[in-house]
Design a binder for this molecule. Structure first.
Ligand code: UDP
Ligand code: MG
Length: 319
């Protein structure tokens, strides 16, 4: 690409999006070339170990779009890590992160750039409406944004995904935050600087199905909560105190009944106490485990992702 650095980078993590990549890049290209204020732009598509024809569909596009780079990861690392790989590879003064399924309308980019030029460091897209998603996804997503808002100590805007523009200094800050269980939108809020939201209507997927089944959504929600809040740990402590309080009172009652020779047949009450205390203990251990497992992952200090190779119009750059 020579020495000219792009002004704007567009970063797209994709995993099995063979039906979307061509349409996406064509739409992005026509929108970006229509923006007369932008001097130079680049596309960084991170192929997150796709097992379908995603890569094959993209290869012919390299010749048509010389500003395209394809970063092939060595396997599937998950959306948040693939996005991180893309942000690390981006060279623009401002970087736009978006999904590869056209749920994030490229038409919003002009708005993003206008706000960036007006001095904002982060311009995030807030979903006003979501088409074509199940009631279940809508309800759980909305619940999640509100729970995490109450639990965490950084102000993470509600109904906001990862579709956003970030300035170079936000990217530099993020490049110093190398935690594994990444909740990118939380980290971006944590960075600070001048941030602003713009509303949009979230479209349906252009093709294919969601790559976020319920199991991944739960894991993602737990990552978000544990990486930004200690409240669950405190909840375990409070639960312990409350339960001990009740247990102590009940102990007194049992002792008095015993002294008065009024003690009852014990099986039911013994079982109730054992099961109840067992349950409370397991909840406490489970909460601890969520944090300890993540500490364990962090101390291992493995790289967040591995790049297999980078493809561009100039050829293959092996890592
Ligand atoms: N994605 C990815 N790696 C994964 C799962 C998803 O790179 O392991 C990409 C996916 O291709 C898409 C984006 O992350 O570009 C968002 O995924 P999806 O659209 O399935 O999530 P949803 O919009 O349903 O929440
Ligand atoms: Mg999607």
């Amino acid at each position: 690409m020579g020495l000219v650095l792009p002004e704007i980078s567009i970063v797209v993590p994709v995993y099995n999006e063979e039906g979307n990549v061509e349409e996406l890049l064509e739409r992005l290209f026509s929108i970006m070339s229509g923006l007369t204020t932008v001097t130079a732009f680049e596309f960084v598509v991170v192929n997150d170990g796709s097992t379908d024809g995603t890569l094959e569909r993209m290869k012919p596009l390299l010749a048509r779009f010389p500003m395209l780079r394809i970063v092939n990861l060595s396997r599937n690392f998950g959306h948040q890590l693939a996005a991180t790989a893309g942000l690390d590879a981006a060279r623009g003064e401002a970087v736009i992160l978006m999904d590869g399924d056209l749920q994030d309308p490229p038409e919003l980019i002009a708005d993003f750039i206008a706000h960036w030029r007006a001095g904002y460091d982060v311009v995030y897209a807030m979903r006003r409406k979501r088409d074509g998603e199940s009631r279940f996804k809508l309800i759980t997503a909305s619940l999640f944004y509100r729970v995490i808002r109450r639990l965490t100590n950084v102000a993470i805007p509600v109904d906001t995904g990862d579709f956003r523009l970030m300035s170079r200094r936000v990217l530099v800050a993020l490049s110093h935050v190398r935690e594994r269980h990444r909740f990118l939108r939380g980290l971006v809020s944590w960075v600070g600087y001048r941030q602003i939201g713009v509303g949009y209507d979230r479209a349906e997927r252009f093709s294919g199905t969601t790559k976020y089944p319920l199991s991944k959504m739960i894991k993602f929600a737990l990552d978000g909560i544990t990486s930004f809040s200690e409240i669950p740990l405190r909840f375990a402590t409070y639960l312990g105190f409350v339960t001990s309080g009740f247990a102590f009172m009940y102990l007194l009652i049992v002792l008095i009944l015993n002294i008065l020779h009024l003690n009852l047949q014990g099986y039911t009450s013994t079982m109730a106490a054992i099961l109840f205390l067992g349950g409370v203990q397991l909840i406490g251990i489970g909460i601890l485990g969520e944090y300890i497992g993540r500490i364990y992952d962090e101390v291992k200090g493995r790289p967040l992702y591995l790049v297999a190779d980078v493809l561009s119009a100039d050829g293959v750059i092996a890592e």
